[in-house]
Design a protein around this ligand. Structure first.
Ligand code: NAD
Length: 506
């Protein structure tokens, strides 16, 4: 009997997943392939090339050779490739969504929306890039100073696994529209959709402009340390981000590194909040039904004022327990499995630590009944009575675990909210505008929602403070981060003197 049901098999059977280097779909030079696992069943799913340092070198060489001509096209010329790419992505929407469901475990219906969201970004970058201006700076009287923006050349992009297709579509684009070329390494847990996208990039973009190399830390490290890659953009964990900064410096070459890292994000519920809205906000912001809570920006810590604590926790626990967990490719389920056995065990160890440290398990914390055997399924889990010193209150779990804490005083709330070393997102729930904006100002995070959670809007800079990263994405800030400013200073002679010189020459 087939473990993988037929509707799934058709998305991988007969398909060869290959890397993209220099305009060709290729195997790794070593010829090695690795098997990727279907987290819905724990069974083998498909083979992908296992890239190595030599593949990265070839990809960087190709990107370097392609860059001057790509830059010379200008934004208008480059936009044509974006347009074609958008058509191809739209045509492959179902394939991409299904590959993410079977390779990563995210619900297929949500992955379709991820593709739609990504298409907004494909459409959004060219006009934003076209509208960018240089500056004329009145730095000294009578002279002309202006800035020109230059791409870095070859950009190295390393991504995390939790939105595989969306990251493989959206993350390359700002570097490309600004005239850079790219070598991207998707996450090894779920690279099938990126390898399908390799085919689409190859059809839409000139050879060498986009290169995709699969593999793990070794491939990433080769990209980070390659002297020809001056600009690195990374999405992943804090630990890997720190390693990348260190390894980039150890390469002996100065590099511009931006980092989109983890979060342990606080949702603050003030005494006047609408409890029902806040409950829905907490559910939505956990992204249980998008990525099983494997989400950097999720509100995994909820800080509730004591006066609302009982009502809020009982209503939230009821909603959290409603989730139907099962195979991600079956649309009757609203939550899939975690990405891998290793990650499942890691999340489980946090649940154990919460129990050992005295948190109150309000719902979840176990495998759902009736979920397919072998898959890495966990019911969405909610802890109450969480204290600041518990691991589940301070460390990023990156899974379907929400920790609820209570507070009484305003400064106590701020101390809790800002009391980790991460500062990616936060939200504040209140009907009082002064309280909302003053609190938003004091929450130490890169993105703060008022009476909302988790939503990203193209054009608004996304990124974290403190150990959540450095740099901002999804906005003009990100475009600028792929360009270096050059100042041109023109000394202009006194017009009277210049005029006399002209006369003297006649
Ligand atoms: P990870 O750090 O384990 O891996 C991320 C990527 O880095 C993968 O492609 C991996 O192969 C690569 N990598 C690993 N070691 C490397 C090395 N030494 N050199 C170069 N590359 C290396 O992270 P993950 O488990 O894939 O993703 C989860 C993490 O990503 C969470 O912490 C989450 O919060 C974070 N994340 C952040 C954002 C954001 O926008 N801030 C978005 C998504 C995920």
């Amino acid at each position: 009997m087939d473990i993988i049901p037929d509707p799934v098999k058709q998305y991988v059977d007969g398909r060869r997943f290959r890397m993209l280097i220099d305009g060709a779909l290729v195997e790794s030079q070593s010829g090695q392939r690795v098997i990727t696992v279907n987290p819905n069943t724990g069974e083998d799913l498909a083979e992908v090339p296992e890239g190595g340092a030599e593949d990265v070198q070839r990809a960087v060489s190709a990107a370097r050779a392609a860059q001057p001509a790509w830059d010379a096209l200008g934004v208008a010329g480059r936009s044509k490739a974006f347009k074609r790419f958008a058509q191809l992505v739209a045509e492959h929407r179902e394939d991409l969504a299904m590959l993410d469901a079977i390779d990563c475990g995210n619900p297929v219906q949500q992955m379709r929306l991820d593709v739609d969201l990504a298409l907004n970004y494909v459409a959004g970058w060219p006009p934003l890039a076209a509208a960018m201006n240089g500056q004329v700076i009145p730095a000294s009287p009578g002279n002309l100073h202006y800035t020109a923006s230059k791409p870095y050349g070859v950009v190295g992009r390393i991504t995390a696994y939790n939105h595989p297709a969306m990251f493989a579509i959206t993350r390359p684009l700002p570097s490309l529209i600004t005239g850079n070329t790219l070598v991207m390494k998707p996450a090894p847990q779920a690279s099938l959709s990126a390898l399908l996208l390799a085919e689409l990039y190859n059809e839409a973009f000139p050879p060498g402009v986009v290169n995709i190399v699969t593999g793990g830390a070794e491939v990433g490290d080769s990209l980070v340390t390659d002297p020809r890659v001056k600009r690195l953009a990374f999405t992943g964990s804090v630990g890997t981000g720190l390693t990348i900064q260190r390894r980039a410096a150890e390469s002996g070459h100065v590099k511009y590194v931006t980092l989109e890292l983890g979060g342990k994000n606080a949702m603050v519920i003030m005494p006047d909040a609408d409890v029902d809205e806040a409950v829905e906000g907490a559910i939505f912001g956990m992204n249980f039904n998008v990525s099983q809570g494997q989400s950097c920006g999720s509100n995994s810590r909820v800080l509730v004022h004591s006066t609302l604590y009982d009502e809020f926790t009982s209503k939230l626990a009821a909603r959290v327990s409603e989730y139907h967990v099962g195979a991600a490719y079956d649309e009757t389920n609203d939550m899939g499995p975690l990405v891998s056995r290793q990650h499942y065990e890691r999340v489980q160890s946090y649940i154990d630590s919460g129990l050992q440290e005295g948190a109150e398990l309000l719902t979840g914390g176990e495998r759902p009944d009736g979920a397919p055997d072998g898959g890495f399924y966990l019911r969405p889990t909610m802890f109450g009575s969480v204290r600041k010193d518990m691991r589940i209150a301070s460390e990023e779990i990156f899974g379907p675990v929400i920790a609820v804490m209570r507070f009484d005083g305003y400064e106590e709330m701020l101390d809790l909210a800002n009391g980790t070393d991460l500062g990616l997102t936060a939200s504040v729930w209140t009907r009082d505008l002064s309280l909302a904006h003053r609190t938003a100002d004091r929450l130490d995070a890169g993105y703060v929602w008022i009476n909302d959670s988790s939503r990203h809007y193209f054009g608004t800079p996304f990124g974290g403070t403190r150990n959540s990263g450095i740099g901002r994405e999804e906005s003009a800030d990100e475009l600028l981060s792929f360009l270096e400013s050059k100042v041109v200073h023109t000394r202009l002679s006194d017009p009277g003197v210049a005029f006399e010189r002209l006369i003297a020459k006649r």
